[in-house]
Design a protein around this ligand. Structure first.
Ligand code: SF4
Ligand code: SF4
Length: 399
């Protein structure tokens, strides 16, 4: 047996590891211009760059990134920018990115860009770039002002809702394609109707809800962490509200279930069989297998020194990807295993950070699957014009 957790490459005799299909790039690392009370990313002890406050991707790293990834990923190249707050890298950085993509892309190459932002810096100039090159923007907003401002403050401790609304209006004015990322915390998880009416009332037709689960060192939930029961109730009530609007409003979680039922790979990695659909690229070119595991022990390499095929074949990537396939005994007999695949190891190992734990939100998943799988399956069949079997239970993983 080769040393699976080492820094070498997976031997070819074991077959090929999956290609890297998309990048999550952190041009300003975990640095942010907000100080949200529930943020897991700032001041993490495991952050390998914690002692480096001014982290920005240089033009040299950007050029290497664009050049090598366009070559590796041809013909479909996906660049997604996240943080911290990626707009802290400045508009000239992103203009340079687009210039490089145009200069280095080959005929017939499809390049797509996406960016997730807290909305603090978005103005007309940013929106012109987003619109001109069809970027997809994720805007973080937790609901109306009295909910959003419970946890989302700037560095001076001031509320931020008004500035986010200004960004939303500017994006609408420029017809930028955007969706809302709404963190579910104790401030809003019991208010599904209020959230749904608020976002759809603003004309938003694409919403992603992100459940919050953070714990202290003893494994106790932090005050803003929601319970699985609360999350399950939220999803079920939101499903009822959304059902009459299902052909015009997208709720990412319900889309993912429908995709799985249609036999496709769901958009969200939490419903994938293994953790290998994307990698994170840090500001200095370091690469990690997942945004929740930017830790020295999971570093896969650096784009200034390693080629993409080498990074894809790193033993650590293989090891990380297969961690998810170790099904908990409860998952092994679960009727929804073929859709859920045990959830996300980030919440699977909470609160004690053990990959083999049951996902903290398992009861929520069971509640929403029990409610939604039947109607969604019929809907998928109506759209496809044929019956679907749905995903089959499969215990054989590519690892
Ligand atoms: S750990 Fe969770 S977020 Fe990370 S790749 Fe796996 S499923 Fe996705
Ligand atoms: S619903 Fe729960 S038991 Fe079933 S596969 Fe998902 S995490 Fe496992």
């Amino acid at each position: 047996m080769f040393p699976i957790h080492g820094q070498g490459l997976v031997p070819e005799s074991l077959g090929t590891t999956p290609r890297i299909t998309s990048l999550l790039i952190k041009p300003a690392s975990a640095v942010c211009n907000l100080d949200c009370a529930y943020c897991f990313y700032l001041d993490r002890d495991a952050d390998p760059y914690k002692a480096l406050p001014a982290r920005r991707m240089t033009e040299e790293v950007l050029e290497r990134l664009v050049d090598n990834f366009l070559f590796y990923s041809y013909p479909n190249s996906v660049f997604a920018f996240q943080g911290g707050e990626p707009t802290l890298s400045g508009l000239p950085f992103f203009r340079k990115l687009v210039e490089l993509q145009k200069q280095l892309g080959r005929d017939g190459q499809n390049v797509s860009n996406a960016l997730q932002t807290n909305g603090m810096l978005i103005d007309d100039d940013w929106c012109r770039l987003f619109k001109e090159y069809n970027w997809l923007i994720g805007l973080s907003m937790d609901g109306p002002a009295e909910i959003h401002d419970v946890y989302r403050f700037n560095k001076a401790g001031h509320p931020t809702w008004n500035r986010v609304m200004q960004s939303l209006e500017t994006m609408r004015k420029h017809k930028v394609d955007f969706n809302i990322l709404c963190v579910l915390s104790q401030a809003n998880v019991d208010k599904p109707k209020e959230l749904y009416r608020f976002f759809t009332g603003l004309g938003v037709d694409n919403i992603q809800y992100i459940p919050l689960s953070e714990f202290d060192g003893q494994g106790n939930p932090l005050p803003f962490t929601i319970t699985a029961e609360q999350y399950g109730r939220f999803l079920c009530e939101t499903f009822d509200l959304w059902w009459p609007d299902r052909r015009k409003i997208r709720i990412r979680y319900f889309d993912n279930i429908a995709e799985a039922l249609a036999g496709q790979k769901p958009g969200s990695c939490t419903m994938h069989e293994t953790c290998d659909s994307y990698v994170v690229v840090e500001y200095n070119g370091d690469v990690y297998p997942c945004d929740f595991f930017v830790e020295s022990s999971w570093r896969l390499g650096n784009i200034m020194a390693d080629s993409w095929p080498e990074i894809a074949r790193k033993q650590r990537r293989y090891h990380f990807a297969r961690n998810k396939t170790v099904a908990h005994p409860v998952c092994q007999v679960c009727e929804y295993q073929a859709i859920c695949h045990g959830g996300c190891p980030k919440s699977r190992h909470a609160p004690y950070r053990k990959f083999e734990d049951l996902d903290y939100f398992c009861p929520a998943y069971k509640m929403i699957f029990a409610k939604s799988v039947g109607p969604l399956k019929k809907e998928v069949e109506k759209i496809l014009g044929r019956s679907v079997e749905g995903p089959q239970f499969c215990s054989i993983s590519p690892y």
